[in-house]
Design a protein around this ligand. Structure first.
Ligand code: MF3
Ligand code: CO
Ligand code: CO
Length: 246
């Protein structure tokens, strides 16, 4: 989990310098695929339920599962890049936000709240707490900022498989759901919208967008529960997890 998580995070570090106005998401994806291969690892997403790319790249009002393509990034576009790699049979899954050109004030606020909501969830990860405690921490924080938490997609167990139980909801009631135990591995990956939480999937059967076309952001870490808290497998080696951190 350490090796897989570190590789996924390092690839997201390295791709940051290649996000700029005029760049295409397809080119970013090709660079990501090359980096996965150069590391002797495997992409978890190529061939997953028919998906054909090494990353999901979700621009502006795309909530998740954006398909890389030929469209050029424009000034002020915000994007989530989500990479999952397999190293020695173990999965590392992480995503973070980037900006092409100048970050608008409202997008910056959305990105900050989404980032901080992930860490509110992470603070609730320790043995004896429940998955409902994680969702509750995220939801109450986001809604206090008058933004909304997407309900239609969730985090997931992972390890030697990509997606395993439990569903890690980013909303919920404290004290509900399965109890966290030392040694559990899962992701937390909140999607936060500036407008309403509803999403729809486009006719390509992958791209999920906000129904009201409002901006959406997401951050994701792969996490292990330790005796007294948790460990993040996908910490950024270069300290570039957030788009304003260089
Ligand atoms: N990496 C995504 C997640 O966080 C899953 C992408 S599946 C794909 O779970 F097929 F869309 F790539
Ligand atoms: Co995930
Ligand atoms: Co992911």
């Amino acid at each position: 989990m350490h090796k897989a998580g570190e590789l996924a995070a390092r690839i997201l570090d390295e791709i940051a310098d290649h996000v700029f106005v005029g760049q295409t998401t397809g080119e970013l994806d090709r660079m990501i695929e090359n980096k996965v291969n150069a590391a002797g690892a495997t992409s978890a997403t190529i061939g997953y339920k028919g998906y054909q790319h090494a990353s999901c790249i979700s621009v502006n009002h795309v909530v998740c599962h954006g398909i890389p393509g030929d469209k050029k990034l424009k000034d002020g576009d915000i994007l989530n890049i989500d990479v999952t790699v397999v190293v020695d049979g173990w999965y590392g899954d992480t995503s973070r936000m980037y900006v092409a050109g100048k970050l608008s004030r409202k997008a910056e606020r959305l990105i900050q709240v989404t980032h901080d909501s992930l860490f509110k969830g992470i603070e609730a990860v320790k043995p004896g707490n429940t998955f409902g405690d994680i969702g509750h921490a995220i939801q109450t924080f986001v809604e206090a900022q008058r933004m909304s938490v997407v309900r239609d997609f969730c985090g997931h167990g992972l390890g030697r498989v990509f997606h395993s139980p439990p569903n890690v909801l980013h909303y919920g009631r404290a004290g509900t759901g399965p109890v966290l135990e030392e040694g559990m591995f899962f992701t937390i990956e909140p999607m936060v919208n500036l407008g309403r939480p509803e999403t729809k999937v486009l006719s390509d059967d992958w791209t999920a967008v906000t129904r009201d076309k409002s901006l959406s952001a997401q951050f994701e870490h792969s996490i292990g529960v330790t005796a007294d808290g948790c460990e993040l497998f996908t910490l950024s080696p270069a300290g570039r997890f957030h788009p304003t951190w260089g």
